[in-house]
Ligand binder design. Structure first.
Ligand code: ADP
Ligand code: MG
Length: 356
């Protein structure tokens, strides 16, 4: 497998659409790397430029240090899997998987052996003679996967490959694809608009928005330490406060309105001034009945509750007028709050994440 370097790559389509705008990322050898973002943010365009189906308007793409920006797609040694499988409907599973090898004029016995091994890897042994129409969606996607890996590509590119599957099958395939990728040591670039899928599968994620990269990091970094408001908002639920910096007795604070002043993390310089936004995840907030936490960070009233099974999500109106979400583990009926209850809210200042 190989490393991929994307250096200042842009794509402007005919008609002037700037689909990808000065994107830079270094994808490591053997890494499961996801491009995550809303529809239209440039994920597919980026992947198609790596594959060679689309030429960049600017910038360079290097594989293992070699510039391949202008190398034709069929010479790039990359496998590709699409959401709609793109199988040949009138050919058998065997023929579909063998396709890439036949194009390379490999002898028949070798082809048969490689196809057999690839089908075993995706657990489709025995299905060789079926046509795609005689397989379930999950099985068809496995055929597409076998077809992509049978050529032993340097890189596997997947564009929303699990998007057409129902939830249960999708989770199973997520697990299997990840295992296969690790077992083969493949460099895999995975496109998805589904944040849970990206968090579950990736070694690292590039969050994209409007053709640009907002942040690159591990799932934990992206979730716990978003650097921009877009990332904080896009990944999971979050509370965002915006305010003016203010000195407090315990260091630097943020006056977010109506008398509420948040203590900023110790890492934030006390001298700095100006406007700032911070994010606070709902599960970082601890709730107690009003009056039991004299030094609480904030006070409020429960507006509504959303029972999630293992946890409960509360919508709370703070005395300052802010509306926020707080999530608590479900520790039994006696621990739960009801709409109308007055509560105190605590959190560690270090759990406030300063946004750019
Ligand atoms: P994503 O995969 O994240 O949904 P795309 O890369 O498909 O995003 O598209 C990014 C932007 O480029 C969108 O605004 C889309 O409409 C535009 N676009 C995609 N393909 C073409 C094309 N062939 N010609 C013109 N505009 C395109
Ligand atoms: Mg797309």
């Amino acid at each position: 497998s190989a490393s991929i370097e994307i250096a200042g790559v842009s794509k402007i389509y005919d008609g002037g659409v700037r689909a990808v705008d000065a994107v830079a990322m270094d994808i490591r050898q053997g890494e499961f790397f996801s491009l995550l973002g809303p529809s239209g943010c440039g994920k597919t365009t980026t992947l198609r430029m790596i594959a060679g189906f689309e030429a960049p308007s600017a910038g360079a793409i290097r594989v293992d240090g070699t510039d391949i920006t202008h190398l034709p797609a069929h010479k790039r040694d990359m496998g590709m899997v699409f959401q709609n499988y793109a199988l040949f409907p009138h050919r058998s599973v065997q023929e579909n998987v063998a396709f890439g090898l036949r194009m390379r004029r490999i002898d028949k016995a070798t082809i048969a052996a490689k196809v057999k091994a690839a089908l075993a890897m995706v657990e489709l042994t025995g299905m060789e003679d079926r046509r795609p129409g005689q397989l379930s969606g999950g099985q068809q996607q496995r055929v597409a996967l076998a077809r992509a890996i049978v050529i032993e590509p340097r890189v596997l590119l997947c564009d929303e490959p699990l998007g057409a599957l129902d939830k249960k099958l999708r989770q199973q395939m997520q697990f299997e694809l990840k295992q296969l990728q690790k077992a083969l040591g493949l460099t895999l670039v995975f496109v998805t608009h589904d944040q849970e899928e990206a968090l579950a599968m990736s070694d690292r994620i590039a969050v994209m928005n409007g053709g640009r990269v907002e942040q690159i990091g591990t799932p934990v970094e992206i979730y716990d330490r978003p650097t921009t408001r877009f990332v904080a908002d896009f990944i999971g639920d979050t509370n965002i406060f915006r305010g003016e910096r203010a000195a407090t007795t315990s260091g630097s604070g943020l006056a977010v309105g109506n008398g509420l002043v948040l203590t900023l993390p110790a890492s934030v310089s006390a001298e700095a001034t100006g406007v700032l936004s911070v994010a606070l995840r709902p599960e970082k907030i601890r709730l107690t009945a009003a009056g039991q936490s004299p030094s609480a960070c904030a006070h409020g009233q429960v507006e509504s509750t959303n029972f999630l099974g293992g946890a409960v999500l509360y919508r709370i109106a703070l005395t300052s007028g802010h509306r926020i979400l707080a999530q608590q583990p479900n520790a039994g009926t006696s621990s739960l709050f009801a709409p109308g209850n007055l509560v105190a809210l605590d959190w560690d200042p270090s759990d406030l994440v300063v946004l750019r």
